[in-house]
Write a protein that binds this ligand. Structure first.
Ligand code: TYD
Ligand code: ZN
Length: 422
């Protein structure tokens, strides 16, 4: 049985099973449709010692990341966040021209570009070869490596120590966190900061975001659990920002234990809130599991009803989380004619498991369905704005999370049954 990567015990309770699914980012090429897909169990465990929520199955990182489809988003929402992050870090950490900022899992280097604009010395570390090449081609110096103790030593040798190490949406993906934190100790300046942005367990649970559970996301963290992890690794959290992106994230700032730099901010507020909600109890997760089943029943009810009424349905967005939702709910190509996605590399491919074809936004404009199931619900605001013309022409969205609801243009809701937007 798996050892907890935070507290090193084996004190598990099994809290939720989403069945078995293929890997959520393994979009299928037309020529590969005949090949059988590998299904892995998607089961959530809760550590009764440290509160870690994690998967019981660890898929080999090389299988997941050596070649990767996920390109960092350049949506308006995300570019706004990238701008904020660069500005905030320069102010908070007093970054100047000679300081080095290293980003772990830097993808195509979108975020690093914002730091470079501020005159900061930057270096990306990205394990996916195809993505590291894209970053380098775009002029963002990127080392094609997994970040660990060995990589940290190599960087220190070649570039010196880092004032800031940033990891956006990577900590949840890493099995051996101790190896990464040993690397941080090697690479970070004595008074430097590690900053990690991760989905927040409390937002996932309170927002019924069961679809964010997939094999890449090994861990689901509360602040309390992170404190446990860093404490064991001679570090301490000094700041937490609760952010409203990707359905709710935390930006956690960490320093070496005892380092006098940086004022403490936001930590006690969140840990107190977590205690109030009982986040460290198995009941908190059991309630989430119950609501997950309820949403499945409700959503499949709506989809079946629409289909029986002869409506045409398609998906909006082909995010990884959409694949958990569709596979778990059994919504496949017999229900959705296609899913549209604006990522060129995904277009023309098929969704893992459900085998629904991914089409461009242009295609969707030419073939508007009666209802779009909004799989990229974390961008709901931006997408509903963008698709005003579709809504005004009578098109509707089914938004599955946090609870299934139908959205249509203001003034067309029959008897107020649906939520109207302006
Ligand atoms: P993202 O939320 O980044 O996802 P993941 O669950 O994979 O971590 O993915 C959003 C997806 O939605 C991405 O494939 C791009 C797509 N998208 C559109 O097709 N149109 C849009 O207007 C937006 C904002 C996103
Ligand atoms: Zn534990």
């Amino acid at each position: 049985m798996l050892r907890c990567r935070v507290c090193l015990t084996r004190s598990w309770e099994r809290v939720l099973s989403l069945g078995a699914t293929p890997l959520a980012n393994n979009y299928i090429r037309l020529n590969d449709l005949k090949k059988e897909e590998i299904y892995y169990p998607l089961t959530l465990l809760f550590c009764t010692r440290c509160g870690l929520v994690c998967l019981d199955t660890v898929v080999d990182a090389a299988v997941l990341y050596d070649f990767y489809y996920y390109l960092s988003s350049e949506s308006k929402t995300m570019l706004r966040h990238n701008t904020w992050l660069a500005k905030t870090f320069v102010e908070r950490f007093g970054l100047s021209g000679s300081d080095l900022l290293v980003e772990i899992g830097s993808n195509t280097g979108t975020q690093l570009g914002f730091f470079r604009e501020k005159g900061v010395r930057i270096l990306g570390v990205e394990p996916a070869e195809n993505i590291a090449s894209l970053a380098n081609e775009a002029g963002i110096t990127t080392l094609n490596r997994y970040f660990n103790e060995a990589t940290a030593a190599e960087i220190r040798e070649r570039h010196g120590r880092a004032k800031v190490i940033l990891g956006r949406h990577v900590f949840a993906h890493i099995d051996d966190l101790d190896d990464v934190l040993r690397g941080v100790h090697i690479l970070l300046e004595d008074d430097g900061a590690l900053a990690i942005e991760i989905p927040y367990l409390v937002d996932m649970v309170d927002g019924n975001q069961f679809d964010t559970i997939y094999h890449e996301h090994l861990s689901y963290f509360s602040v309390r659990t992170l404190q446990h992890l860093f404490e064991r690794n001679e570090m301490e959290i000094f700041g937490v920002d609760h952010l409203d992106i990707h359905g709710g994230c935390i930006l956690v700032s960490v320093k070496r234990k005892g380092c006098p730099a940086f004022p403490v901010r936001g930590v006690d507020e969140l840990t107190a809130m977590e205690s109030g909600k009982g986040v460290q109890t198995v009941k908190y997760l059991e309630d989430f599991a119950r609501r997950t089943v309820e949403i499945k029943v409700e959503l499949t009810g709506i989809i079946n009803r629409l289909k029986k009424a002869g409506k045409v349905l398609a998906g909006y967005g082909a995010p990884a989380k959409g694949n958990t939702l569709l596979n778990y709910c059994g919504i496949d190509a017999t229900y959705l004619d296609y899913v549209s996605d604006n990522t060129p590399t995904k277009q023309g491919l098929y969704l893992p498991g459900t085998r629904i074809r991914i089409r461009s936004e242009e295609y969707a404009r030419q073939h508007p369905p009666d209802y779009f199931l909004l799989l990229a619900w974390n961008y709901a605001q931006e997408i509903l704005q963008k698709e005003r013309a579709y809504l005004e022409a009578g098109g509707k969205f089914v938004i599955p999370i946090p609870v299934p609801r139908i959205v249509e243009a203001a003034g067309t809701a029959p008897g107020g049954a649906s939520e109207a937007i302006r």
